[in-house]
Design a protein around this ligand. Structure first.
Ligand code: EAX
Length: 325
């Protein structure tokens, strides 16, 4: 049985590769630098596609803000001057408000639940919805659960946040969350090391890998494991470009991205506990048991926020809340 399965897998990859008698170059954008979560997905995708197509498909990765911010990469994908991107959920907010449902505070209780919802019918519906904005949503990889860091004081409960100037992504929802928590949220595109270093902002929020890869231990003192938002990347293609591809190529690219995403999620999660140890060693003072119930209660009315008032957005929010709470 195992042998037959292996044979079929090899056959399907060969067929995909064989049917590509033409050469194709894909421009793929990520805002982050090598070693980042987005880059790990991009590198894996490149490897799978180039091997599987016998070199007929060439994936060129543009990273480290070389083609702009995440918002600017998305605009280029809409125009098909860039074909694909691995982009954090936050900046999709202005392109399709339905994405706000994924970034809802304290939505997923753990990785297993996030996977079950995002890989299931609700996730598919959200990916499909992106077509209204000119994106072909392929799948979800991850940044991960986000945590707060700052330079002013230890944070254990929402009262400690009052007045802190916290950088947030280009997302009306993220801004609303931090406003509700009493902070002074400042939207700013990635990267933000210089702004942290110069004290333009007091803090920021991101998953653990970010604090390590971007060396935030050099410019931030306090970390709180808030896990307030699970932050996926949405792995997308330009819908205009996607429609020009034949079915076999589409299936091959879709499947390759799914494999890359699964590889990266596993990789990211397997490194988290070592990362926390390293970040403490580097000097971060970590609050590991903040008053999560108090945080949760502070944002409990977020579902009534006008950001969710459009009927199709509200409907999707109610669906995802029912499936998770
Ligand atoms: O991956 O802008 C952000 O905070 C994102 O999480 C960034 O892409 C780092």
């Amino acid at each position: 049985m195992k042998k037959i399965f292996l044979f079929l897998t090899v056959l399907s990859v060969c067929c995909a590769a064989a049917s590509l008698s033409f050469a194709l170059t894909i421009k793929l954008g990520v805002v982050t630098k090598p070693g980042s979560a987005q880059n790990i997905v991009a590198d894996k995708f490149k490897e799978i596609v180039e091997v599987g197509s016998n070199g007929n498909i060439d994936v060129k990765i543009y990273h480290s803000k070389s083609i702009g911010t995440e918002t600017e990469i998305l605009q280029q994908i809409q125009l098909n001057t860039v074909q694909m991107g691995i982009i954090t959920g936050g900046p999709f907010d202005t392109f399709d408000p339905v994405v706000r449902v994924i970034n809802y505070p304290f939505l997923f209780k753990d990785h297993a639940q996030a996977d079950a919802i995002l890989d299931g019918p609700i996730g598919n519906e959200i990916l499909k919805s992106l077509e209204t904005a000119g994106f072909k949503g392929l799948c979800f990889s991850e940044n991960g659960f986000r945590n707060l860091t700052n330079n002013k004081r230890p944070v254990k409960n929402p009262d400690d946040i009052k007045g802190l100037k916290i950088r947030v992504m280009a997302s009306a929802l993220h801004r609303a969350i931090w406003q509700t928590l009493g902070a002074n949220p400042t939207p700013m595109p990635w990267p933000i090391y210089t702004e942290l270093e110069q004290g333009v902002i007091d803090g920021q929020e991101n998953p653990l890998w970010v604090m390590e890869v971007y060396k935030f231990y050099e410019v931030q003192k306090y970390m709180t494991l808030t896990h307030h938002v699970y932050s996926p990347h949405i792995d997308v293609a330009s819908l205009a470009w996607w429609k020009t591809l034949d079915k076999v190529t589409q299936n091959f690219l879709q499947e390759s991205m799914r494999k890359a995403a699964l590889f990266q999620r596993k990789d990211n999660r397997s490194k988290n506990s070592k990362r926390l140890t390293l970040l403490k060693e580097k000097g971060f003072l970590v609050e590991e048991n903040p008053d999560i119930d108090a945080f949760r209660m502070s944002v409990v009315n977020m579902k009534d926020n006008t950001l969710y008032q459009k009927p199709r957005v509200k409907k999707m929010l109610m669906k995802i809340l029912a499936a998770t709470q």
